[in-house]
Design a protein around this ligand. Structure first.
Ligand SMILES: Cc1cc2nc3c(=O)[nH]c(=O)nc-3n(C[C@H](O)[C@H](O)[C@H](O)COP(=O)(O)OP(=O)(O)OC[C@H]3O[C@@H](n4cnc5c(N)ncnc54)[C@H](O)[C@@H]3O)c2cc1C
Length: 549
């Protein structure tokens, strides 16, 4: 037995059927699903309310880069009809309002303990329960534990000397204050130019006295072309939600963006150009829906990248700034493709300055601002948009102890390993929806979360119908899954960029593309096949199974 059992005697233990950690879209749905199945559920959330990333990320310009129709729950036709999206791509306040609406409508909050962090979770093989300890000194015990802790929930500061010395206002995008922040007349610095940094720059650049953007690696960003939704369109969307959800289930992205099988070089040059112009004007991720092979054909990828660099050159007036903003040295779409609203145009404003850290690296953060090799930039406000310890960070931030005392930190020492992305050998009855070896950040994460939670609920239903108290994948099933993930990753250009997708943004983190890149539709098929062959892919009631052998 592991430590969880001993600690249990020290404090009163609350027993439930399911513990859910996290109140983002995955955790909220898990709590709802298990409650509807008649289970007693307790949800634990470190934040003060529901919404997950949308509760935490209140920075100016925060916005979804999936269309609202896609980035919403599909399990409730009632909620689909009652909720009305106002924009094609919703902003954070609207998404958070949606999460709150769902929580109210389904009366979810009463199941959650907010402002509470799980600090340890351990499996007791004899009792067949998970025991979770919280930072409020509580102990919870349940046969099933769902870790809906989020792929992007552990913020990462930049590795720069002197952060604590800064005497101005230091703001982190991922933990933004709840009260409004005024930038008027202020000298503001932003470190980080991924999607979050881009959203901040294009917004704060139009508010601040002076904005200094400290850029190490430029991202490719494409025009979002966001717009308000016409009432007639919303009415149509509401009439056709069922068909759209079905299409999303069968789409590689788990959304409604059309997929294509057309390879880039199947079109003559003039038509390729026309298709790219169309994608640029149409906005969003149209490029990815225009050609099938942009992530596998380097030459096709290079040509699209050249096209986008050309556009940057046309928009940004100062040639030196334009050149510095042009991403080079990695394939387009191999870093998370960003969508923007006049991001490049922001650099034409006289108060916005790009500091190219490739030419002039940061030396340290000082009391007054940021010192680069060329000198000190004094700042009133410094914003970090420096990303996350993604995919695995939240699950490795505390002790998760499985059968025979094995810790998740040990199991994942060389990178995350699981079966289907959400179950792990050695960790019976532990489920991690939107886990690191599923489609994760490569697909619509609400679709993925709903799918995973439904699968998990079916698994639990199967176990109970067959009198099983515990289940974990076999070593072979897990190894096979990881071989499949690796073989698909081999073919993709995504491997070629140093990104959080491959763990390259965190010092010392094992690197590699561990997400399933075969597309959400294929992932779903794999999960269905795994469920049909449960008897061979899982070990049920290990102790009984080995006694019988
Ligand atoms: C700015 C931003 C924009 C994004 N845009 C998109 C997009 O356009 N499309 C898309 O598909 N995805 C997007 N994402 C990814 C996003 O992570 C998912 O879409 C989705 O919201 C994840 O939901 P979740 O419930 O799995 O995790 P989260 O929303 O991250 O929720 C996890 C929750 O678990 C809590 N938690 C973690 N550890 C513990 C612990 N030990 N104890 C207690 N609580 C804990 C956290 O506080 C957090 O609230 C975006 C993410 C960010 C940050």
């Amino acid at each position: 037995m592991v430590g969880g059992g001993q600690a249990a005697s020290a404090v009163a233990t609350k027993r439930v059927d399911v513990i859910v950690v996290g109140a983002g879209f995955a955790g909220m749905y898990a709590v709802y699903k298990f409650r509807e199945l008649g289970k007693s559920v307790v949800g634990i959330e470190a934040g003060g309310d529901v919404g997950g990333v949308w509760y935490w990320n209140r920075y100016p310009g925060a916005r979804c880069d999936l269309m609202s129709v896609d980035y919403s729950y599909g399990f409730s036709p009632e909620i689909e009809q009652e909720w009305t999206w106002s924009e094609q791509f919703a902003a954070q306040p609207e998404i958070l309002a949606y999460a709150n609406f769902v929580a109210d409508r389904l009366d979810l909050r009463k199941h959650f303990r907010f402002g509470t962090r799980v600090t340890k979770a351990a499996w007791d093989e004899a009792a067949k329960v998970w025991r979770a300890e919280t930072d409020r000194g509580e102990m919870l015990e349940a046969p099933y534990c769902v870790m809906a802790t989020g792929p992007l929930s552990v913020a990462k500061d930049p590795d720069i000397e002197g952060i604590s010395r800064f005497k101005g206002t230091l703001l982190r995008a991922q933990k933004w204050p709840h009260e409004p922040v005024s930038f008027e007349g202020k000298r503001v610095g932003v470190i980080g130019t991924g999607s979050t940094g881009i959203q901040i720059v294009q917004t704060v650049g139009r508010q601040a006295g002076e904005l200094f953007v400290f850029q190490r690696t430029p991202s490719f960003t494409l025009p979002m072309r966001n717009h308000e939704l016409e009432p007639d369109y919303v009415a149509e969307m509401k009439r056709h939600y069922r068909a759209m959800r079905e299409a999303m289930r069968n789409n590689p992205t788990g959304g409604t963006r059309p997929a294509t099988s057309r390879p880039y070089f199947s079109l003559p040059p003039a038509q390729r150009r026309q298709a790219m112009e169309h994608a640029w004007i149409n906005g969003g991720h149209t490029f990815l829906g225009s050609f099938a092979d942009l992530l596998v054909n380097q030459e096709a990828n290079d040509q699209v990248a050249d096209f986008v660099r050309e556009k940057i050159g046309e928009i940004v007036r100062d040639p030196k700034t334009a050149e510095a903003l042009k991403p080079r040295g990695y394939p387009i779409f191999a870093r998370r493709p960003c969508l923007d609203t006049e991001y490049y145009e922001t650099y034409n404003l006289p108060n916005v300055h790009l500091v190219d850290l490739k030419e002039d690296p940061i030396v340290e953060i000082t009391e007054k601002g940021v010192r680069t090799q060329a000198g000190e930039t004094e700042l009133d406000v410094l914003i970090f948009a420096t990303g996350y310890d993604a995919l695995t960070g939240a699950l490795l931030a505390f002790d998760v102890i499985g059968r025979d005392g094995i810790t998740l930190k040990d199991k994942w020492r060389d990178g995350p390993r699981s079966y289907l992305g959400f179950m792990m050998q050695g960790f019976p009855n532990l489920f991690a929806p939107s886990g690191p070896n599923g489609p994760a950040a490569l697909a619509n994460l609400i679709t993925v979360a709903e799918h995973d939670v439904d699968w998990i609920a079916d698994m639990i239903g199967y176990m109970e119908a067959n009198g099983h108290r515990s289940a974990e994948p076999t070593a072979e099933a897990e190894a096979q899954w990881m071989r499949l993930v690796a073989s698909l990753a081999e073919k993709s250009l995504i491997r070629k960029a140093n990104t959080w997708w491959v763990g390259a943004n965190v010092k010392g983190k094992p690197q590699g593309l561990t997400m399933f890149i075969g597309g959400f539709h294929k992932y779903r098929e794999q999960c269905e096949a795994a469920a049909r062959a449960r008897a061979s892919n899982f070990v049920f009631d290990r102790a009984k199974a080995s006694a019988a052998a």
